[in-house]
Design a binder for this molecule. Structure first.
Ligand SMILES: C[S@@+](CC[C@H](N)C(=O)[O-])C[C@H]1O[C@@H](n2cnc3c(N)ncnc32)[C@H](O)[C@@H]1O
Length: 203
């Protein structure tokens, strides 16, 4: 079932939101993995996924890719606006894979920092935020280890100042993650260096 209503906090469901889901490939992968998971503990919250995407053509692709899953809701619109429809402290997991530059570039941080403060507010007390992003050299030269490390520290410091705590960082994307853009970006690992940041909300 895919519908348009927007949630409030839930004791029954584990709310997972993907920002900018593209064609829905990652959600499909996560849902397939969940379907195979053998949940023995009846007290465990059941996952309920939300995918938000602004581009109608991507949203339509995701809709058809995910039409057979009952526990996903797709929303066509801007996550900057729609995030406000979630109650504060209601989202258990937020995923952002390769956000557009306007939501991560160093030069545009004054505009996107406000958005991530809202993201932080919407996360449940034990909620997590997984950010997969990339560093590309301006002149499309290979990215040096030095530049990569400076960038990693800049991301971590910036998000720590916005109320997040880093729990894990890994070079590249998480095992098992698939998406249209990841496939493309992974084809040029010297010039496009990926990193995954797992954050929680600061106590
Ligand atoms: C670089 S693509 C990554 C897509 C997908 N996560 C992937 O890895 O293939 C960024 C995506 O975010 C979407 N997007 C950009 N701004 C958005 C916004 N304000 N609200 C919702 N989606 C947005 C774009 O349409 C695009 O699908």
């Amino acid at each position: 079932m895919i519908c348009y209503d927007v949630p409030c906090s839930s004791k029954t469901f584990k709310i997972i939101v993907e920002l900018g889901m593209g064609d829905g490939r990652l959600l499909r992968k996560l849902l397939d993995v969940d379907k195979e998971a053998n949940r023995k503990d009846v007290r465990e919250k059941r996952p309920l996924y939300f995918g938000i995407e602004i581009e109608k053509s991507n949203y339509d692709k995701a809709k058809s890719l995910l039409e057979n899953f009952a526990n996903v809701k797709l929303i066509n619109g801007s996550f900057e606006v729609l995030i406000n429809d979630f109650s504060d402290c209601s989202i258990d997991e937020i995923i952002s894979v390769l956000p557009d530059s306007e939501f991560i570039d160093i030069g545009r941080q004054d505009s996107w920092q406000k958005f991530y403060r809202v993201v932080n507010r919407k996360m449940s007390r034990h909620g997590s935020f997984r950010l997969v992003t990339e560093l590309i050299d301006d002149l499309l030269q290979p990215v040096s280890d030095e530049a990569y490390n400076v960038w990693l520290h800049w991301i971590i410091d910036t998000f720590e100042n916005l109320g997040f705590s880093l729990t894990q960082i890994l070079e590249g994307s998480p095992d098992g993650y698939e998406s249209e853009c990841l496939e493309r970006f992974k084809g040029d690992p010297e010039r496009i260096r990926l990193a995954t940041f797992d954050f929680i909300k600061k106590a």
